[in-house]
Design a protein around this ligand. Structure first.
Ligand code: ARG
Length: 585
């Protein structure tokens, strides 16, 4: 209810000035939603904070403000509670008008932001020649959802895939493949990604055990960096192969992202070192070039270095991220740089941000933020593993979600004695399976670890994707049953709110805007999930209490419109989470 809050704030400010003079112009009325809807929808707490300044009792201040408050068109007469809270209750007529305006609007009354920003969202970002793991899955799902929300608000979002496609691992891998599978370095698709991952593990093992192999690998890295044609060709083939595999996952998850891997910044790394040197930040320490960090110390309490260039001249992960920050500020003109990775990388980002800031590469107007998330655990509370103890492949994990959702669906169809086509079953199984995985992730406070449970995420009860989809489908069922075309309801519908459950639903419907604003600030998609969960509950309470198709004509139309708005709000909210809806399930 952004517009409403803004309007209420204006009115309160005006009342403050008219009660106590222009000195108080611009005073924050301290308006918040009430914790108990019985007392009202919003409460202004400003009276308490002004008591000292005005030398009056807070209650008296609250009285004076509410006497001057002109708010008839929006709220009931304000009431004063406790030491001096001013309680405001929205009028049904006001709510009705707001809802009617929503009905005819594809954005459901939610305006675009007034100051659109250029936002760079760095997410997903798997590593070439390695399998994408559940950490990348979390990053992909959370990043996509945040990008969708910011885009919907009108920001210009650049979705970047900072793929790990450069560095020593290629030296090892190419050296190893030259020995055991040279055809993989010259022909596309000679291996599949599974083999590649296995080769990578073996190459790593050789690298750790065999000094001669190590030396050859190092030379291969040098060849790669100096652009030797055969090494480059091998590198390109390996990247191409991984990329295709990643794309399968992105297609399954319906993710749009632009690849701009680490290799992209390679030509810019020398300049990073040079500029840090010039700004006096760079210190040579045992042959390596470092920046000593503020606020990071080792066990002895000495400042920790961030290595920018290793003693052998090589660059590392941090160097690349420094180049990337600069590029995103200077070339992409990013106002806000967002990085989505597991919390294990929190230090890395804090350090890189610090160095970039001290080097003067992050103007005050630019916000850089790491969005950390916790681990995905198995049902035993330990790191998610397959039964045989291997890391879980994402494709297998998603396939299993779809398979289980299919089994659930088939059982339900049987129990309900329903006949459905193969196409229907495939579609529902696919959508519900993928939605369930996404929603289970997004509905958690991202900073905590969560336990991956197919049973929980596919349950029709609780804060799950199936529950939400079901609420949506229920509304579609009403329109089918009553042969109502929601689109034909028209925008001049008169919505009447009488029952408590109607009012509660109506107020909730008008809060999406506020929730999206919150999510765009704290980057916590679980708030949107919680909002949608409560919306489904409020809809169900309304639908259980208030007859719709059986009601007399004018009430029926009004309630149908409420149903329609609930469905549209669910659909919009879920789409901003990257969750697909179904008309039937
Ligand atoms: N490739 C990294 C990993 O798999 C994530 C990259 C995150 N983005 C960044 N700009 N560092 O852990």
């Amino acid at each position: 209810m952004n517009a409403t809050i803004a309007e209420l704030k204006n009115r309160l400010e005006a009342a403050l000035v008219s009660a106590f003079g222009t000195d108080l112009a611009g005073t924050d009325p301290m308006l918040v939603p009430t914790s108990n809807p019985k007392f009202g929808d919003y409460q202004a707490n400003v009276a308490m904070s002004l008591a000292k300044r005005l030398g009056k009792a807070p209650r008296a201040i609250a009285e004076e403000i509410s006497q001057k408050l002109e708010i008839d068109d929006i709220c009931e007469k304000p009431s004063i509670a406790g030491p001096g809270f001013i309680n405001l209750m929205l009028k049904p007529a006001y709510l009705q008008a707001q809802l009617a305006a929503m009905e005819g609007d594809s954005r459901l009354g939610i305006p675009l932001v007034k100051d659109p920003k250029k936002v760079v969202v760095d997410f997903s970002s798997p590593n070439i020649a390695k399998e994408m793991h559940v950490g990348h899955l979390r990053s992909t799902i959370i990043g996509d959802s945040l990008a969708r929300i910011l885009e919907f608000q009108g920001h210009d979002v650049l979705r970047l895939n900072h793929v790990g496609d450069w560095g020593t691992q290629f030296g090892m891998l190419i050296t190893y493949l030259r020995e055991v599978a040279p055809e993989a370095l010259t022909t596309a698709d000679a291996l599949d990604l599974g083999d590649l991952v296995a080769f990578y593990k073996k190459a790593k093992q050789r690298f750790d055990e065999d000094p001669e192999f190590q030396e050859r690998s190092r030379q291969e890295v040098v060849r790669l960096q100096s652009g030797a044609e055969d090494t480059l060709r091998a590198w390109r083939l390996l990247c191409e192969q991984s990329r295709r595999e990643f794309q399968i996952i992105y297609d399954l998850l319906d993710i749009c992202i632009t690849e701009r891997g680490e290799s992209f910044y390679n030509p810019l790394l020398a300049q990073v070192v040079e500029d840090l040197e010039r700004s006096g930040l760079l210190v040579e320490d045992q042959g390596a070039k470092c920046v000593f960090l503020e606020g990071f110390t080792n066990r002895e309490g000495n400042p920790l270095p961030l290595i920018i260039q290793k003693s052998d001249g090589g660059y590392n992960y941090a160097t690349t991220d420094l180049a990337a920050i600069r590029y995103r500020v200077q070339q992409d003109h990013g106002d806000r740089l967002i990085y989505i990775t597991d919390s294990g990388q929190a230090n890395h980002f804090a350090q890189v941000f610090q160095v970039a800031r001290r080097a003067g590469w992050i103007p005050d107007t630019v916000e850089v933020v790491h969005v950390p998330f916790g681990l995905v655990q198995g049902e035993d509370g330990k790191k998610l593993k397959t039964r045989s103890g291997d890391t879980v492949r994402l494709r297998d994990l998603l396939d299993e979600a779809v398979e289980r959702s299919r089994a659930d669906l088939e059982a339900r169809l049987k129990a309900e004695d329903r006949q459905e086509t193969e196409d229907f079953i495939n579609e529902v199984a696919q959508v519900v399976g993928i939605d369930a995985v996404k929603y289970a992730d997004l509905s958690q406070n991202r900073t905590s670890n969560y336990i991956f449970s197919y049973d929980k995420m596919l349950s029709l009860q609780g804060n799950t994707a199936p529950y939400m989809l079901y609420a949506y489908v229920r509304v579609q069922g009403i329109s089918r049953k009553g042969q109502i075309d929601f689109e034909q309801l028209g925008s001049d519908i008169k919505i009447v709110l009488q029952e408590e459950t109607e009012l509660a639903l109506a107020k909730h419907l008008l809060q999406l805007d506020e929730i999206l604003t919150e999510v765009s600030l704290d980057l916590m998609p679980n708030r949107l999930c919680q909002y949608l969960f409560e919306l489904s509950q409020k809809f169900n309470q309304f639908y259980d209490r208030c007859p719709v198709l059986q009601a007399e004509e004018s009430i029926k139309v009004s309630r149908l419109a409420l149903c329609d708005l609930a469905a549209k709000t669910l659909k919009l909210g879920l789409s901003l989470l990257g969750i697909r809806i179904l008309e039937r399930m």
